[in-house]
Design a protein around this ligand. Structure first.
Ligand code: GLC
Ligand code: MG
Length: 794
């Protein structure tokens, strides 16, 4: 111990340890804090529930099966209500549960006021509602007013020309056809209108000897909304469910509700396929203004049951003008901008523009955002699995009501199904080479609850098999883990109850103004008068973002990280003048006044987290992201006892450490972006990685029950990525409550600005892994740091 200490002294402790203790530079905070309880009370009292709730979409077939027939059901959902309230969502929207032949899995309704036996019965529904109420969860049903199933009674009678029903649907005799129309009574469709699911939107009925119009499958005939009886029938359906106590509706496919009454007219400029996201070229079949009156009628019905009934409308690709009309008519039109306009090439700057545009001109209309649903690929597949937390953070911290799709809270991924396994008719309408573009099965795979049979979804054979990754990605594992997507989501859900988030405006931080890359970093402030002030910052770039100065945007130099997409629950101080984020990392930072910041200083260290990621499979994936991420992976996963013989001081330190019951791992690498193969083949560290088991065993031998990581990885951007980077790791056990060892910020900072760590941060019995990194000086630093460690540990 003394030799280390001496070493330390002779070097004047220039490379003292860690970590980002927030600079105690005075900052004038623009925030005035008021009593928290008061504020909360006031805000909750004055806002309708849907302004403070996350809407969680359940695809009932895939959520939880209670009777082992392989399909999810209402009792299954009821069993999981506890999970949903723990998760922090306020409302569940159920995709259709009504009697249906299931050609479009419930979006083809046979009877709107019956529960399909596959999902249970009316008693099950009533139980679900009452249990949900007990748990303070709202229930929203999916209302499908544009079309019914061709097996509905209405259609049956319409097809047979029954007096009451004959005009319930959109019928046309078509046009006389010279040849090749024997199957269609010698006639052809009246126009060129297309079905969203492929081919003509007209289908011949041999019974009626006419064509009927279907915007979707030919088993989904469009209702004729110009018929007053149809309008009344639909209002009755709403009443029926409102009387059962539902809190609102998601209304399906509204832009298709009306078609031009002049069926002799063709649409122009059509391409072969028609996705329902698309808006152009369908001005005879979509977005006809007649829909607004219908909506007003529904709103009036809803209002009879209370002013806070929710009505959210599905309409893709609508202009702001149409959007505003939806609002005016008493509904909230889903804002699909994050689905429609974000893709892998949309930078953070582009995202900001998309969000701005979404919020543009809303005035007092309440915003909403949605990132995924049963018709679109999952977030993980659209943007990469490493961005899950950042996207959940985005969704849950933007203004307005967020809608979350089941499974996104744990980062579920699309599941591949072969053509033969495919169930979605939208996919099966195409051939084996095209079906994947159209099938929506991948995003509908069963919820992954645990690592047991069928991921805990069903003991029967699931209607769609579960994703093969369920043993890694599941609720149970993420509940147990110290850090996980689920936990980040929960934290965010809780946080967004804060009045800073329950209003409709957001203030973007202009990243390029503060020397950062606005293509990479998206940052904004959420605050309102008399509320706390939060800075949300996310790295959507492909690399690390280093030392971004957010102090100006935040109006303070001090902040406390309250949600960190890459860390455990622990709160940490952060220096807003220098914020560093890895790809996919997001932080919600409570902007602090100086006094506040000082009060929190003892917690001022870098990111912490339990060693979780010991999964080898993940390793190669991480490698792809470049050296920076790789170091992190090493930090988190792969530490083994051993010393690099090339670094004598490290070796000596290691010997010393062993004597003192501390393991030091010394790792020396040349890391260049893209040099991954080389690392794979020749690198010693890589070999170490194979020894993860050994490491963990060794750690156990030293009595390490909990391994905390203190991480200030700030290595090679500064060193230009081409230089040698040494990473030296130490594992130790804190025997007294007085400090710890951690990484140095590197020679430059360490020389000029030694940062001492506040005492009493670590508790006795905690295990510490520290990283020491610098260009050519890792070894000596390791010796020093080790000395320091020991002095702490002893
Ligand atoms: C909506 C639904 C989709 C369904 C279609 C027809 O777009 O979200 O799943 O296939 O309407 O009902
Ligand atoms: Mg229609």
């Amino acid at each position: 111990m003394s030799s280390k200490k001496k070493f330390c002294e002779t070097q004047k402790c220039l490379f003292v340890i860690l970590v980002a203790v927030a600079a105690a530079i005075a900052a004038i905070c623009v925030v005035t804090l008021t009593d928290e309880n008061l504020r909360e009370k006031r805000s909750l009292e004055s806002l309708p529930w849907w302004k403070t709730s996350i809407v969680y979409q359940i695809y009932p077939r895939s959520f939880q099966d209670s009777d082992n027939d392989g399909t999810g059901d209402l009792r299954g959902i009821k069993e999981r209500l506890g999970y949903l309230s723990d998760l922090g969502v306020g409302a569940v929207w159920l995709s259709p549960i009504f009697l249906s032949p299931m050609r479009d899995f419930g979006y083809d309704v046979r009877n709107y006021t019956d529960v399909d036996p596959l999902f249970g019965n009316m008693a099950d529904f009533e139980n679900l509602i009452s249990e949900a109420k007990d748990k303070n969860l709202r229930v929203i049903l999916d209302f499908v007013p544009n079309h019914t199933s061709n097996e509905s009674e209405w259609f049956y009678w319409s097809e047979r020309g029954h007096k009451k029903y004959k005009d319930y649907y959109v019928w046309s005799s078509g046009i006389e056809c010279a040849a090749g129309c024997d199957d269609t009574g010698g006639r052809r469709p009246p126009n060129n209108w297309l079905s969203v699911f492929g081919g003509s939107a007209w289908k011949w009925s041999g019974i009626r000897q006419k064509f009927y119009y279907h915007a979707f499958l030919d088993s989904q005939p469009d209702l004729n909304l110009r018929n007053k009886n149809v309008q009344t029938e639909l209002q009755d359906v709403l009443e029926f469910w409102l009387q059962k106590g539902v809190d609102g509706f998601r209304a399906d496919a509204l832009k298709f509700m009306f078609e031009s009454p002049n069926v002799t007219e063709d649409e122009t400029g059509l391409t072969d396929t028609f996705t329902w996201i698309e808006a152009d070229n369908h001005n005879l079949t979509t977005n006809l203004p007649e829909v607004y009156n219908i909506l007003k009628g529904w709103r009036a019905v809803l209002n009879k049951y209370g002013k806070d009934k929710f009505l959210i409308a599905e309409s893709y690709g609508i202009s702001h003008e149409i959007r505003d009309k939806y609002y005016e008519s008493g509904s909230i039109p889903f804002n699909f901008a994050l689905i429609q306009y974000l893709n892998k090439s949309c930078t953070a700057l582009c995202m900001r523009d998309v969000i701005r545009d979404s919020l543009g001109g809303l005035n007092s209309n309440w915003p909403n955002f949605v990132l995924g649903n049963h018709d679109n690929s999952r977030v993980s597949n659209r943007f990469g699995p490493e961005t899950i937390d950042a996207f959940n953070m985005l969704l849950l911290t933007l203004p307005g009501t967020p809608t979350s799709y089941y499974g996104e809270e744990i980062g579920m991924r699309d599941t591949f199904y072969t053509y033969n396994e495919t169930k979605d008719t939208a996919g099966l309408n195409y051939n084996e080479t095209q079906y994947m573009e159209h099938s929506r099965d991948p995003e509908r795979s069963p919820m992954q609850w645990d690592d047991g049979l069928n991921a805990g979804f069903s003991n029967g054979t699931p209607w769609l098999h579960v994703n093969h990754n369920y043993q890694l990605i599941n609720v149970k594992a993420q509940k147990l883990a110290d850090r996980s997507h689920l936990k980040v989501y929960q934290q965010l859900a809780k946080l967004r109850q804060d009045p800073a988030f329950t209003h409709n405006s957001v203030q973007f931080v202009n990243i390029s103004d503060v020397g950062g890359n606005d293509k990479t970093i998206l940052a904004y402030i959420r605050a309102q008068k008399n509320s706390d002030k939060y800075l949300v910052v996310m790295n959507f770039g492909h690399q690390y973002a280093n030392n971004v100065d957010l102090s100006k945007g935040a109006g303070s130099e001090n902040g406390m990280v309250v949600v960190n997409a890459m860390s455990a629950y622990q709160k940490e101080m952060i220096d807003l003048k220098s914020v560093t984020l890895s790809r996919g990392q997001g932080l919600v930072i409570k902007v602090m006044c100086e006094t506040d910041a000082m009060a929190h200083r003892p917690h001022a260290f870098g990111l912490t987290g339990e060693v979780q990621r010991k999964i080898k499979g993940k390793y190669s994936e991480e490698l792809e992201q470049g050296a920076r991420t790789w170091i992190e992976a090493v930090l988190e996963i792969e530490l083994v006892p051993g010393a690099d013989p090339n670094t004598p001081l490290g070796e000596r330190a290691f010997q010393e450490s062993l004597k003192n019951g501390v393991v030091l791992c010394n790792l020396m690498n040349t890391i260049k972006p893209g040099s991954i193969k080389k690392i794979n083949q020749s690198n010693m560290a890589f070999k170490m990685m194979e020894n993860i088991e050994n490491f963990l065993r060794a750690a156990e031998n030293y009595g390490c029950k909990k391994i905390d990581i203190f991480q200030v990885v700030d290595l090679y951007e500064r060193q230009n990525m081409t230089q040698v980077v040494n990473g030296i790791y130490a594992l130790g056990r804190v025997t007294q409550k007085n400090g710890f060892m951690g990484p140095s910020l590197g020679p430059k900072e360490a020389d000029s600005n030694p940062r001492n760590f506040d005492e009493d941060v670590l508790k006795a019995g905690q295990t510490v892994i520290g990283l020491q990194a610098g260009s050519n000086r890792g070894a000596s630093q390791s010796g020093m740091n080790f000395g320091k460690t020991r002095s702490i540990l002893d």
